[in-house]
Write a protein that binds this ligand. Structure first.
Ligand SMILES: N[C@@H](CCC(=O)N[C@@H](CS)C(=O)NCC(=O)O)C(=O)O
Length: 380
């Protein structure tokens, strides 16, 4: 019997969802008592009413409180179930884990959308699944219409309406292949990204790698052939249990050219992007042009949530003791450095309050614009 007063948890999820896969992987690993419910239009409304975000995963506790946002939830669950921690003992490595989680959450989202909705077999298969759970059930026509709608909406929202076009689609596609090539080497040498136990970095990567890349027909076959160690890791993590692994943890500091490549993408592309996004947010502009070291986007949408992501990372980075900060700086220096993370004064996302969890059940109804009703809330 669990002694957790909040348990059992009801997890609102879908078996196609990036972030629900990330959370479920974590809950299974920790053996946290939960039951899973697949969302539909009605439950998305319920989630929105209580959390203010029409997104999954969301969790209802036994006493009716609400949790949401996978990063916030992993932090909250770690406080309820601290052993064994998913954060390494060394604060410098904790920073690396946080950064890897954030990069996997936000930067690998675009290639995951590309490979799912731009490739024919994947978009047909996943569209059909989404159509089923979003309320069509056995009605073939509605299911087909929903499938087309999601196909159109995701491509518009995250690809062609967000700076992807003729000039850069090949680089977007290749982001997946680069990850595979580097992770294949790392995961051939050790069971998890930072050593013998899963860390926050593994759960972060689980988002894109599990429900999208390993599962969708087109990217899945590429993973099996090009990076079997990554494919094996997806199943290993899904089937892992903290009890089985035991309490003694061995962490490994990232080293080697494959890590260099991966950290180089973070330092050369992702962190400069986060910086440019935060500056655009502060200037109040809706879109901005971005040129990173290996990829650029013209007219990409400014995203408030990613201003918050950068705020969190900066806070952790600046709070590091001198020795840990030096270790992190040294790690990134040959790969482009962390200047874009540290640059300028803090830019406030204004999202801290809205992302606080847990949330008590809400009695008052939230009003919704027509756009929110029809288009949903693909972005935070
Ligand atoms: N930052 C959030 C992102 C959650 C998110 O974007 N979830 C997607 C599914 S993977 C969603 O619910 N999208 C709503 C929609 O597409 O309408 C988290 O970490 O949980």
């Amino acid at each position: 019997m669990s002694r957790d007063p909040h348990a059992p948890y009801t997890v609102y999820a879908a078996d196609t969802s990036y972030f629900a896969g990330k959370l479920e992987g974590y809950l299974r690993y920790k053996g946290i008592p939960h039951q899973r419910t697949t969302i539909d239009f009605k439950s998305m409304e319920e989630i929105y009413q209580h959390t203010g975000f029409k997104k999954i995963p969301a969790v209802k506790t036994a006493s009716g409180q609400w949790l949401f946002d996978s990063s916030q939830m992993l932090g909250w669950f770690e406080k309820q179930y601290p052993q064994p921690p998913i954060m390494p003992a060394d604060p410098a490595l904790v920073f690396v884990a946080l950064l890897l989680e954030d990069y996997a959450d936000e930067w690998l989202w675009r290639p995951a959308i590309w490979w799912r909705w731009q490739k024919r077999a994947s978009c047909l298969a996943v569209g059909w699944r989404v159509g089923e759970f979003m309320g069509a059930g056995g009605n073939r026509l509605i299911r087909q219409l929903l499938s087309w709608y999601f196909h159109w909406r995701q491509r518009r929202e995250f690809l062609f309406g967000d700076g992807v076009g003729r000039a850069n689609w090949q680089q977007v596609e290749a982001l997946y292949l680069h990850e595979l090539d580097d992770l294949q080497i790392i995961l051939s040498e050790q069971p998890y990204l930072l050593g013998g136990h899963p860390s926050l970095a593994d759960f972060g990567y689980f988002g894109p790698m599990f429900r999208h890349f390993s599962n969708d027909p087109d990217s899945g076959e590429i993973m099996r052939r090009r990076a079997p160690a990554v494919y094996e890791w997806t199943a290993r993590l899904w089937n892992e249990s903290a009890d089985r692994l035991g309490a003694e943890q061995h962490w490994r500091w990232p080293a080697g050219t494959h890590w260099g490549n991966l950290l180089g993408r973070i330092a050369g592309d992702y962190l400069p992007y986060l910086h440019a996004n935060a500056e655009a947010w502060q200037a109040g502009v809706k879109r901005f042009d971005f040129a990173g070291k290996s990829i650029g986007f013209s007219g990409t949408l400014t995203t408030q949530y990613r201003v918050w992501c950068r705020e969190r990372l900066r806070q952790f980075y600046f709070d590091l003791e001198r020795e840990a900060r030096t270790a992190v700086d040294k790690l990134f220096l040959p790969n482009g450095g962390l200047a874009s993370l540290a640059a300028g004064p803090t830019i406030d996302s204004g999202l801290d309050e809205a992302l606080q969890i847990p949330r008590p059940p809400r009695q008052e109804r939230r009003k919704q614009s027509l756009k929110l009703r029809l288009w949903g809330q693909p972005r935070n």
